[in-house]
Structure formats: C-alpha cells, structure tokens
Design a protein around this ligand. Structure first.
Ligand SMILES: NC(=O)c1ccc[n+]([C@@H]2O[C@H](COP(=O)([O-])OP(=O)(O)OC[C@H]3O[C@@H](n4cnc5c(N)ncnc54)[C@H](O)[C@@H]3O)[C@@H](O)[C@H]2O)c1
Length: 256
C-alpha cells in the first residue's frame, strides 16, 4: 500500500465555531472521514449545533455539543475538559472559530482591534496550549488552525483581521517547531473568500463581489466544503510529515 490514509476512523476531534459556516462543514467532514466530534459554539448559539450533531449522529459517529467563549480562559479550560471526558481524549483540534469586523483602518476603535485579535489569535493560542497539554501525554496529535489568504496578503478594511491571521500563520510555525518532539503536527489552512454568514454582506455588494471574483483565477468564490478537504488532509495520517505549513485554498488569488 503506497497511498497513505486520509481516513480519521476512531479519532476524537474538537472543532471550534461549528454551528455556522465553515466550521459546520468541517465538523461534518471530520465525521464523514470517521471521527467522533466535539463541536463548540458560543453559549447563546448552542441551538445552532443541533443540525450539525444530528448529521454527525446519522453518520454513526458521536457528537458532543460544547459551549465555548474565546478567549475566556475558564471557558477554554471547561470546554477542553468536557470534550476530552466525553470523547475519551482529543486527537485532533480544529481551531476554526473567528470573527471579522470590516472597517477602514482610520475608523478602527481599540475595542474593535482587541475583539478581533482576542478571538482570532489569543483564543486560538490558548485553545492550542490547553489541548496540547492533553495530547503530549497521549503521544501526540494534530492541530489545524484556520488562517486565511488574508494572513499572507492584505485586503482593504481588514487591518485587524489581516494582522490576526498573519499572526496565526506564524504562530502555526512556532507551535509546530516547539511541539514536533511531542509528535504534534501544527498546520493551518488559508481560504480565500468563502460564502458564509461572515462574508454574506460582502457578497451582497455587487461591486465588491466583482472585485473579489476578478482576483480569483479559478473564477468563483469558495463554499465551506472547499475548505473541508484541506483540513481533513492535514488532520490525517497522509500529512504525518507536514508541519508548520499554511495550505492556501484560495483559487489562485495569491499566485497572481
Ligand atoms: N468566510 C470566509 O470567507 C473566510 C475566509 C478565510 C478564513 N475564514 C475563517 O474561517 C473561520 C470560520 O469563518 P466563517 O466564515 O465560517 O464564519 P461564521 O461567522 O459563519 O462562523 C464563525 C464561528 O465562530 C464562532 N465564534 C465567533 N466568535 C466566537 C468567540 N468569541 N468564541 C467562540 N466562538 C466564536 C461563531 O459562533 C461561529 O460558529 C474564521 O476563523 C474565519 O476567519 C473565513
């Protein structure tokens, strides 16, 4: 057998921000690949996990809904403990949850800046740290971080967002280096614009939509499912020798 497995049979996965958009597709994709899945949501949006958990259950996999508010450390600790107890450990962490507040740089407030950096970067770091502390005695694991193409190129009205995602790209390298000896692979995915509740208003603006499409050589915006293959690959045995990498799912945007 030469082709390494891209299956995740029997693996225990924690996916953050799984009630909406990309995270919802990722949680279901992990289950389709054979994994059980703890799926997180903000406490006030836990109901959005109902259809996700139902889909995972229909695939014959275990689904565990868990509340999580990033970057609150108590909430992170509670979430990781609940997920690990319910699943019997965590083999794969998908740090998907994130926010964007599109604003001109001249208009960004301190609260805007802190909010975006706190959720996208600080929250992701402490989730990774807490889960890595469980993975190390268990013999290793896989962490996949949600960066963005906007972590490697700039785009208008996204100063805080681009800074946070560039932080995710380089944080991914550092964690990969530090945790390689513990057999934890740390990688990231960098999608182009994907049609989700986060980007709906952008796509509703015909001028913006045209601008985005003109920058994507493959000629279409992404769907959440487009990101799922990259994440499942990086979480799978097929990517055992891949670490510190950001896999761009950008339709060629950054190749221009
Ligand atoms: N949609 C895109 O075009 C695109 C492109 C590149 C990267 N991304 C990234 O993909 C990820 C998912 O984005 P999406 O488009 O699916 O967005 P979305 O708004 O549909 O989903 C975001 C998820 O994160 C959760 N979340 C938000 N704030 C949180 C907090 N403080 N604590 C815990 N959970 C929180 C939300 O409840 C939701 O489940 C984000 O990290 C985003 O930056 C999105």
């Amino acid at each position: 057998m030469v082709l390494p497995s891209m299956r995740l049979d029997g693996k225990k996965t924690l996916v953050t921000g799984a009630g909406s958009g990309i995270g919802r597709a990722l949680a279901v994709a992990m289950a389709e690949a054979g994994a059980d899945c703890a799926a997180t949501e903000l406490p006030e949006q836990m109901h959005t996990l109902d259809p996700v958990c139902e889909q995972i259950g229909n695939l014959g996999r275990k689904a565990v809904p868990v509340p999580l508010t990033l970057p609150d450390i108590d909430s992170i600790d509670q979430c990781v403990q609940t997920a690990a107890e319910a699943l019997g450990g965590i083999d794969i962490l998908v740090n998907n949850a994130g926010i964007n507040l599109p604003r001109e740089a001249l208009e960004i407030t301190e609260a805007d800046w802190d909010n975006v950096l706190d959720v996208n970067l600080k929250g992701l770091f402490f989730m990774s740290q807490r889960v890595a502390r469980l993975m190390i005695p268990a013999g290793g694991g896989k962490i996949v971080n949600m960066a963005s193409q906007n972590g490697v190129v700039g785009y208008y009205r996204r100063a805080a967002y681009c800074a946070s995602k560039a932080g995710v790209v380089n944080l991914t390298r550092v964690l990969a280096l530090e945790w390689a000896r513990h057999r934890i692979n740390v990688n990231a995915v960098g999608p182009t614009f994907i049609l989700t509740p986060l980007t709906q208003s952008t796509f509703d603006d015909p001028e913006l939509r045209q601008d985005l499409l003109a920058r994507i050589p493959l000629g279409r915006v992404g769907q959440p499912e487009d990101v799922a293959g990259a994440v499942v690959y990086l979480a799978s045995p097929a990517a055992d020798l891949v670490t510190g990498h950001t896999l761009l799912v950008d339709g060629g945007w950054t190749a221009l």
